[in-house]
Design a protein. Structure first.
Ligand SMILES: Cc1cc2nc3c(=O)[nH]c(=O)nc-3n(C[C@H](O)[C@H](O)[C@H](O)COP(=O)(O)OP(=O)(O)OC[C@H]3O[C@@H](n4cnc5c(N)ncnc54)[C@H](O)[C@@H]3O)c2cc1C
Length: 394
C-alpha cells in the first residue's frame, strides 16, 4: 500500500486534530484510562459529550458507505482514532461504532441497518457485548445461555459475564444457544436487545483496584423480538467471526502511545536522579528507543489493516496479529514507565505521584488487554493455523 496521505486526507487529519485538541481542554481531571471513562460519572459524561461532538460532524460513521451517511474510507477512521489517542480524547463507543456497525454493514439485513445504524451515528445509543459466560470464554461456542424461539420472540435465560460497560449501555448484542439439540457452532443465534428489557439484570464486577468497568448480566425469561436476529437463525457463529475481526483490529491505540512516549521522553530530559538526567542512563535510552521502533511497527500494522478493510480483504490472522502486538506493547510500555520513575512510580495519587499516578494504573490495567477480545494464546493459535498453515494440536 501507499502510506502517503492524499492532500484531502491530510486536510481532514488536521481537522480531526484541531477538534480533538479543543475537546481535550474540556476534559475533567483526572481521567485514568477505562476505569475513569466507564467507571466514574464525570468520565462517562465527558465520553458522551465528545461522542455527540463527533456525531454532529458525522465522524461516528466515517468508514460507512455513502448511502448510510459515511465517507467509505477506513483510513479516515484511523486518522480520527490517531487524533483522539494523541489528545487523550474518548467518544467512540467501541461496541456500537467499532464492532456492531461494521458487522451490520457486512452481514445485517437492510431492515436492521436502517433501524440500528442511524442511532449509532447520532450517538443516541450505547452498546455492550454479551458473549462470555462463567464457563465459556476461549471456547465461546460451549456457551449455555439459551434463546428459544416462541412465535415472533426469543425467550432468553442464563448468565453472561465480563461485560464491559453494560452498566452504562442502552442496548446489547449477544450470542445464545437457540437450538439446544443442535451441533456445536451450528446451534447459536446472534441477537440485539434493549438492556431495559424486563428479565435482564446487570450486576457490577469490580477490579482489584476498585475500577467498575465490567459486569455480569443475568437473563430470566427476557423476551426479545425475533426481528432483532442478525444473520440466520442458528447461524450466529458466522456473525461472531465477522465481529471478532473488527474487535481485534485496535487501530487507534498507537497514537495514544506516541503522545505518551513524548511525555516520558520529556520527563527523562527534565528529571535528575543520583546526579544524572534519566535520559543519560544508557539502559533507559535503549529501552525508550526500542519502544519507539515498536510503536512505528504497530502504526504500520494499523495502516495495513485499514487498507485491507477498505478492500474487504482483512484476514483473521491480521486482526489477531494486531491484537497480540498492541496489547503486549501496552504492557511493556507501562512497565518501562514505572521502572523509569523508580519507587515513586507506585504512588497512585497526590503531589508525589509521577504524571498524576497514570502509569501505575496503566500497568495494573495493561494485563487485561491480553485477555479481553480473545486471549493472546488463542490469537497465537489463529495466527499459527490461518496465517502460517501450522497443524492443529491434538
Ligand atoms: C477487561 C476485559 C473485558 C472484557 N469484556 C468483555 C465483554 O465486553 N463482553 C464479553 O462477552 N466478554 C468480555 N470479556 C471476556 C473475555 O472475552 C474472556 O475473558 C476471554 O475470552 C477468555 O475467556 P475466559 O476468561 O473464560 O478464560 P479461559 O477461556 O478459561 O482461559 C483461561 C486460560 O487458558 C488459556 N486457554 C484456553 N483455551 C486455550 C487453548 N485452546 N489454547 C491455548 N490456551 C488456551 C487462555 O489463553 C487463558 O490463559 C472481557 C475480559 C476482560 C479481561
Amino acid at each position: 500500500m501507499d502510506f502517503r496521505l492524499t492532500p484531502e486526507q491530510e486536510k481532514r487529519r488536521q481537522e480531526y486534530h484541531a477538534v480533538c485538541s479543543e475537546l481535550a481542554l474540556k476534559a475533567p481531571h483526572p481521567i485514568l484510562g477505562e476505569k475513569g471513562i466507564f467507571g466514574t460519572e464525570h468520565g462517562w459524561k465527558y465520553f458522551r459529550y465528545c461522542a455527540k461532538e463527533f456525531a454532529k460532524r458525522g465522524w461516528l460513521s466515517l468508514s460507512w458507505p455513502a448511502e448510510y451517511g459515511g465517507r467509505g474510507d477506513r483510513m479516515d477512521q484511523v486518522l480520527l482514532a490517531e487524533a483522539m489517542g494523541y489528545n487523550g480524547v474518548p467518544g467512540i463507543d467501541p461496541f456500537g461504532v467499532g464492532m456492531l456497525a461494521p458487522t451490520l454493514l457486512a452481514v445485517g439485513s437492510e431492515e436492521l441497518k436502517k433501524e440500528f445504524l442511524p442511532p449509532i451515528a447520532r450517538s443516541d445509543v450505547m452498546w455492550c457485548e454479551l458473549w462470555s459466560e462463567p464457563n465459556a470464554g476461549s471456547d465461546l461456542a460451549a456457551l449455555t445461555a439459551t434463546a428459544i424461539r416462541k412465535g415472533d420472540e426469543y425467550v432468553i435465560n442464563g448468565q453472561k459475564t465480563w461485560n464491559t460497560n453494560a452498566h452504562n449501555a442502552d442496548w446489547g448484542f449477544g450470542i445464545f444457544k437457540s437450538d439446544p439439540e443442535g451441533k456445536k457452532h451450528r446451534n447459536l443465534s446472534f441477537l440485539l436487545m434493549d438492556m431495559k428489557t424486563p428479565g435482564i439484570t446487570v450486576r457490577p464486577l469490580y477490579y482489584m483496584n476498585g475500577g467498575h468497568i465490567l459486569n455480569e448480566v443475568y437473563f430470566d425469561d427476557a423476551h426479545v423480538p425475533a426481528r432483532n436476529l442478525v444473520g440466520k437463525e442458528h447461524g450466529g457463529w458466522a456473525v461472531v467471526n465477522v465481529l471478532a475481526g473488527f474487535e481485534r483490529s485496535n487501530m487507534g491505540a498507537v497514537a495514544g502511545m506516541r503522545r505518551a512516549l513524548e511525555e516520558i521522553v520529556h520527563y527523562c530530559n527534565e528529571t535528575i536522579v543520583n546526579g544524572q538526567l534519566r535520559s543519560r542512563d544508557p539502559i533507559i535510552r535503549n529501552r525508550l528507543a526500542q519502544l519507539a521502533c515498536e510503536i512505528e511497527a504497530m502504526s504500520t500494522l494499523g495502516y495495513r489493516i485499514a487498507d485491507q478493510q477498505n478492500r474487504d480483504e482483512m484476514g483473521l490472522m491480521d486482526a489477531s496479529a494486531m491484537k497480540v502486538f498492541s496489547t503486549e506493547l501496552e504492557e511493556r510500555f507501562a512497565a518501562l514507565a514505572v521502572d523509569i520513575f523508580g519507587p515513586s512510580g507506585q504512588i497512585t495519587e497526590g503531589r508525589w505521584a509521577p504524571m498524576g499516578g497514570h502509569w501505575i494504573n496503566a500497568l495494573q490495567e495493561s494485563f487485561v488487554g491480553t485477555i479481553s477480545a480473545g486471549t493472546n494464546e488463542i490469537q497465537r493459535n489463529i495466527i499459527a493455523w490461518y496465517g502460517l498453515g501450522l497443524p492443529r494440536m491434538k
